[in-house]
Ligand binder design. Structure first.
Ligand SMILES: NC(=O)c1ccc[n+]([C@@H]2O[C@H](COP(=O)([O-])OP(=O)(O)OC[C@H]3O[C@@H](n4cnc5c(N)ncnc54)[C@H](OP(=O)(O)O)[C@@H]3O)[C@@H](O)[C@H]2O)c1
Length: 285
């Protein structure tokens, strides 16, 4: 039996945080869950007290409004880099490890082969810049005890996400256009939590890891899978270009992340996105 670990989860009411608290408890761990209301992450003294006795801080709280960050970058930076720095300093003081959840948006998105964990970051959006700054802050404060875990195209049962939006739109409208010129790896929150738990249990070395499904598809391909799993004809989804849906923040065209660091640590990457969607669809939409 795996030894119980005392976890602290921030952002515990968010899409990833909700599953993290539930799944870690189900796995037999002790979990202290914090929302915005229960702990002010900008209060270093309060954070220091909260982290006492904790083995692993899983930091799921973040500014995730990608488009709003374009006009509110200072506030997004505070949430995505200053608060992680405070948490990391507290984790250092408590002798805890810290998992900083990050994103594919730290990359430019113009590659043609999967991004390695140590590929240069070059964010194109304000959100990506703030998340890259958060990674750096946590690495600096916890050189021996950080796990930067980048995920992407995340979906789950406890928040608004692409498959839930698509399933609803398909049922209401009967036909929809979805961009086919952005590719990535649809990834289930449950799989991210499971991977984080396996990384910690394995005693993986400090470093950067990619918590995305294997394989790749476009948003169009993912939408077709979502529609099919809802019992509708995937042909009601038609492809279009990103230019058809202009947004304030640029989206990475290529968001495929490689998993070599996981393999080196002896930790199995998440399975193929389509196989994982087959399992997840029953609980997500
Ligand atoms: N969703 C994706 O597709 C995706 C992709 C790649 C990476 N990620 C990363 O995955 C992580 C989890 O994302 P998610 O999808 O679960 O996001 P989410 O559903 O938006 O949850 C984020 C949580 O953080 C809380 N929060 C925000 N600012 C806070 C603050 N200053 N103090 C305390 N709590 C605060 C939010 O509370 P309020 O609701 O009260 O604001 C919310 O409960 C984030 O690090 C995100 O950058 C997400």
């Amino acid at each position: 039996m795996v030894a119980s670990v005392r976890w602290m989860v921030t952002g515990s009411a968010g899409m990833l945080g909700t599953d993290a608290v539930q799944l870690l408890r189900d796995a037999g761990h002790e979990v202290v869950a914090h929302t915005r209301e229960s702990l002010d992450l900008s209060d270093a003294a309060a954070v220091g007290v909260a982290v006492e006795g904790v083995d692993v801080v899983l930091h799921c709280a973040a500014w995730t409004a990608v488009d709003d960050a374009e006009t509110e970058e200072a506030a997004a930076l505070e949430a995505n880099a200053v608060l992680p720095a405070i948490l990391a300093a507290a984790a250092h003081g408590a002798g805890a490890r810290m998992v900083q959840v990050s994103t594919d948006y730290v990359f430019a998105g113009d590659a043609t082969q999967p991004y390695a964990e140590d590929a240069p970051t070059a964010p194109r959006s304000a959100y990506g810049r703030t998340k890259a700054a958060g990674e750096e802050a946590v690495r600096a404060a916890l050189p021996e005890a950080h796990l930067i875990v980048r995920t992407a195209w995340l979906y789950g049962a406890h928040g608004p996400c692409f498959p839930r939006t698509i399933a609803r739109a398909a049922a209401e409208r009967g036909a929809l256009s979805v961009v086919s010129d952005q590719v990535g790896q649809p990834t289930w929150t449950v799989d991210v939590v499971d991977l984080v738990e396996r990384l910690v249990t394995a005693g993986a070395p400090a470093g950067t890891y990619h918590a995305t499904s294997s394989g790749q598809t476009s948003w169009f391909g993912f939408a077709q899978a979502v529609v099919a799993s809802a019992g509708m004809d995937p042909a009601i989804v038609s492809p279009c270009d990103t230019a058809a849906f202009p947004r304030p923040a640029p989206r990475p065209a290529y968001s495929v992340l490689g998993h070599d660091a996981l393999m080196r640590a002896g930790v199995e990457p998440i399975g193929d996105w389509a196989e994982r969607w087959d399992v997840a669809s029953a609980v997500v939409v």
